[in-house]
Design a protein around this ligand. Structure first.
Ligand code: 16G
Length: 167
């Protein structure tokens, strides 16, 4: 079956209506055939991923309770996923066994930009992170996107660096 990751948004999280023909919802298995991976390909390298590989990864993520909140916007007039963003919740011992969240893989299809869809996605993830009792939400982004994330009150943190080791 192809049920969504998180069946419903938590009580009290009311996403902005993205407008007619645009449906905001959790990722589902059918999204493989609705251009989800092609959309991610506008963000970074995806590579060849078969339907079986996609389903396997989807099911693994879904099996992690209260962890992956993969959110998409579908243009229902063409049955295509045209925007996506993911909230990942990570359990912690610190802050009284709290949790932190990360905003990941924010992408809106190039032909749909300028319609505030990115704002709709990040708005709902921020509200969700708050509702899920995360004590902070973080993200990493390119310089030219800093202005966009400041709208939601994300700020660069003095004394904290984003570091990585790539393989
Ligand atoms: C950006 C994304 C990150 C994504 C990465 C992919 C946001 C806020 N940040 O940093 O989530 O995973 O790009 O780039 O969407 P990479 O392939 O170079 O890791």
């Amino acid at each position: 079956e192809s049920s969504a990751f998180h069946a419903e948004y938590k009580d009290g999280v009311k996403p902005l209506n993205p407008g007619e023909n645009f449906k905001l919802r959790p990722l589902c298995l059918e999204d493989f055939d609705k251009g989800y991976l092609q959309l991610l390909g506008q963000l970074t390298s995806v590579g060849e991923v078969t339907k079986e590989q996609f389903e396997d990864r989807f099911n693994k993520m879904k099996a992690c309770d209260d962890s992956y909140y993969v959110t998409v916007i579908e243009d229902t007039s063409v049955n295509q996923v045209i925007g996506s963003a993911t909230l990942v919740k990570e359990q912690k011992f610190i802050h009284h066994c709290s949790a932190r969240a990360r905003v990941e893989d924010v992408v809106v299809s190039d032909v749909y930009r300028g319609k505030q869809l990115g704002k709709v996605l990040v708005d709902v993830l921020v509200a969700l992170g708050k509702k899920l009792n995360c004590y902070k939400i973080s993200l990493e982004c390119k310089d030219h996107n800093v202005k966009f994330y400041k709208i939601f009150k994300f700020e660069a943190t003095h004394g904290q660096n984003y570091m990585q080791l790539r393989f």
